[in-house]
Design a protein around this ligand. Structure first.
Ligand SMILES: NC(=O)c1ccc[n+]([C@@H]2O[C@H](COP(=O)([O-])OP(=O)(O)OC[C@H]3O[C@@H](n4cnc5c(N)ncnc54)[C@H](O)[C@@H]3O)[C@@H](O)[C@H]2O)c1
Length: 185
C-alpha cells in the first residue's frame, strides 16, 4: 500500500475546518491530516478537541511548513495571505492547494504563479468552487469559443446569493477593503 499524503492546513476557520472534517471522515482516503496552523489559540484548541487529539498544532504557519511533518498543505486563511503561504510551500517543495480567490491583486498572483513555474515538482492547485456550476461553465464556453470576439470587459452581478449579517459578523476581515479587498478570482 502506498504511503498517505501528509497534509497540513493553514487557517482552521470555517473553510479549513470543513476540509479537515471531510478528511478525518475518510472522504479523501489518500490523505492523512497531521497538522494545522492558526494564529487564534481557540481554533487550535478546537482542532485538538474536535478533530484528533494527536493532531500537531502550530501557532505559526511557517513553523508547520518547516516541521518536516507534512508534504502537502491547504491554504485556508483570508485572501491577502494566499500567495504568501502558497509561495512559502512551493519554496519548501510542499504541494499546495490554495483556497479561492488566488489573491487580491494581480501582482501577488503573478508572483505566486511565477514561483510555481520554478517548482514543477510541486503540485499546485486552486480551489475554484464554482467551476463546475453550469452557469459558469456556459460563460467560459462562450468566452473561449470566440463567438463574441475578444472580450474586453465583463460585469456580473450575482442576485441569487444572499448572505445575512451573521455571515459578515463571523470574521472581522469579511467585506472590508483591508481584509478582503477586491478579490482576484
Ligand atoms: N471553497 C469555498 O467554497 C470557500 C468558501 C468559503 C471561503 N473560502 C475561502 O477560504 C478562505 C478562508 O475563509 P473562511 O471562511 O474559512 O475564513 P475564517 O475567518 O473562518 O478562517 C480563517 C482562519 O485563518 C486564520 N488565520 C488568519 N491569518 C492567519 C495566518 N497568518 N496564519 C494562520 N492562520 C491564520 C484565522 O485565525 C481563522 O481561523 C477565504 O479566502 C475564503 O475566500 C472558500
Amino acid at each position: 500500500m502506498s504511503e498517505k499524503i501528509k497534509l497540513g492546513i493553514i487557517g482552521i476557520g470555517n473553510m479549513g475546518s470543513a476540509h479537515a472534517k471531510n478528511i478525518i471522515a475518510g472522504k479523501c482516503p489518500d490523505f492523512d491530516l497531521v497538522a494545522v496552523a492558526d494564529i487564534k489559540p481557540q481554533r487550535l484548541e478546537w482542532a485538538k478537541k474536535e478533530l484528533r487529539s494527536d493532531i500537531n498544532c502550530f501557532d505559526d504557519a511557517e513553523k508547520m511548513l518547516d516541521s518536516g511533518l507534512i508534504n502537502a498543505c491547504m491554504v485556508c486563511v483570508p485572501h491577502y495571505s494566499h500567495p504568501k503561504y502558497a509561495i512559502a510551500c512551493m519554496k519548501r517543495g510542499i504541494h499546495v492547494m490554495v483556497e479561492k480567490p488566488a489573491g487580491v491583486y494581480t501582482k501577488q498572483v503573478r508572483e505566486m504563479n511565477d514561483e510555481a513555474k520554478k517548482h514543477p515538482e510541486v503540485v499546485y492547485g486552486m480551489m475554484f468552487n464554482q467551476r463546475t456550476n453550469c452557469i459558469y461553465r456556459k460563460m467560459r464556453e462562450l468566452v473561449q469559443s470566440g463567438k463574441y470576439g475578444n472580450i474586453r470587459r465583463t460585469n456580473w452581478i450575482i442576485t441569487d446569493w444572499y448572505r445575512p449579517q451573521c455571515y459578515y459578523d463571523s470574521g472581522d476581515w469579511r467585506a472590508t477593503w483591508s481584509g478582503e479587498g477586491a478579490a482576484y478570482c
